[in-house]
Design a protein around this ligand. Structure first.
Ligand SMILES: C[S@@+](CC[C@H](N)C(=O)[O-])C[C@H]1O[C@@H](n2cnc3c(N)ncnc32)[C@H](O)[C@@H]1O
Length: 205
């Protein structure tokens, strides 16, 4: 694990309230709509990569999903999510790992990533990430991914990020994936500023 990256994210999650970080949202509407569009069985394995302390896992449990996994480089973020979920945390698989070194212990029907992929500014890291996605997915598996859009902020959490429209995101994942849907979203941060996001729903051909 890259200690510098891990320390950065643990510092963020131990010095800020989980509902005060710029990416916080009370209702992960686009995530839920695009995951629902994949039309998966309730026991289909889903992984939220760079899930942090997001309430997406709570919402997916509420929707009846029973095979959920949250991966994050920050143990502090996962602790916050587990604490919030109390007993329900026991039914989720938690993985503290750097996605760049992730060796999937199982296969998933859907890989979700909101605002983690865009931190990969190195082309080699992005290629490794996509190779990991491919190894992690079941045949015809889905990817729901969101990044800052081309007109999004230059940095997130003090770190440089890459920017995408749907075509650029699709190109990163490659022709082995079909682009099923894409969206733009204007996210309002807890301090009231706006951040432009791109969403893509891809499926393995
Ligand atoms: C901007 S936050 C988004 C969190 C969450 N997806 C959400 O929508 O609330 C980015 C998250 O990615 C995690 N992260 C950053 N780099 C990572 C890496 N290389 N491997 C795994 N997680 C990473 C951070 O710890 C953080 O929780």
């Amino acid at each position: 694990m890259n200690p510098e990256a891990q320390n950065h994210w643990n510092r963020v999650y131990t010095t800020k309230a989980t509902d005060a970080v710029s990416w916080y949202q009370t209702q992960p509407r686009n995530s839920l709509e695009l995951i629902a569009a994949a039309n998966l069985a309730s026991d289909a394995p889903i992984i939220d990569v760079g899930g942090g302390a997001s309430v997406l896992v709570d919402c997916l449990l509420d929707a009846g999903h029973t095979a959920l996994c949250v991966l994050d480089i920050s143990g502090a973020a996962l602790d916050a999510a587990r604490k919030r979920l109390r007993a329900r945390a026991g039914s989720v698989r938690w993985i503290e790992a750097d996605v760049r070194e992730f060796d999937p212990p199982q296969r998933y029907d859907l890989w979700h990533d909101r605002a983690a992929f865009h931190f990969l500014t190195d082309a080699g890291d992005r290629a490794a990430y996509v190779a990991t996605v491919r190894r992690s997915l079941n045949p015809r598996g889905h990817v729901v991914v969101a990044t800052f859009a081309l007109d999004g902020p230059p940095r997130c959490s003090g770190l440089n990020v890459a920017h995408y429209d749907a075509q650029l995101l699709h190109a990163e994942f490659g022709a082995g994936f079909e682009l099923l849907d894409s969206r733009r979203e204007m996210h309002t941060t807890p301090n009231g500023s706006e951040q432009s996001f791109t969403w893509a729903h891809l499926q393995l051909r």
